[in-house]
Design a protein. Structure first.
Length: 184
């Protein structure tokens, strides 16, 4: 049975928004009902069975609006399956996993979410905003490093976890959902 999934994101230059759209498309391809929304436009998470939250990562920090979203919905998220991702590394470090910023790590622990997966980002002159980003985009770090195979595979893993939860609930003698979240 299809799950209702929210993919919420915070993006500065559009790269994280694109990743969120691909995650949403992959989940739809697996039969789920998905809304992909900027975190600032989410009215509530009541209708969703599961939530994916992603943020652009700048100087090892999540966008403030993404942290605010997690903080505002912590109790509701605790009752759902939650996956986190961040994007941003470019250049020679693009394939290295980034640790979650302390505030995000704390909120992920409160929610019961596993650590955020890191996706390489995009930095292009045409979309660079702010002095530092424009300066970096003019140098060696410019380019699109996003790994669409990795993004789609991660979304397929989320779908498999959602499907497994559905199957396991058929055999569960108690009608309440399991505590905590599942690995993403």
């Amino acid at each position: 049975m299809a799950k209702k999934v929210l993919v919420a994101y915070a993006s500065k230059m559009g790269a994280t928004a694109d990743i969120a759209e691909v995650i949403g498309d992959e989940l739809r391809n697996h039969g789920h009902d998905v809304d992909v929304l900027d975190v600032t436009t989410v009215k509530g998470i009541e209708p969703y069975d599961a939530v994916v939250v992603g943020s652009a990562l700048y100087i090892r920090r999540w966008r403030k609006e993404a942290v605010r979203f997690l903080r505002h919905h912590v109790d509701e998220l605790r009752a759902r399956q939650v996956w986190l991702f961040h994007s941003g590394p470019v250049g020679p470090d693009k394939d290295q996993d980034e640790t979650m910023p302390p505030a995000v790590r704390h909120l992920a622990h409160k929610i019961g979410a596993t650590p955020a997966v890191t996706f390489p980002g995009r930095l292009e002159r045409a979309t660079a905003k702010g002095f530092l980003a424009r300066r970096l985009a003019a140098g060696d770090l410019a380019g699109d490093s996003r790994d669409w195979v990795k993004v789609r595979a991660w979304a397929a893993d989320i779908s498999a976890a959602l499907d497994a939860t559905e199957r396991s609930s058929w055999h569960r003698p108690v009608a309440t959902p399991p505590a905590g979240n599942f690995l993403g």
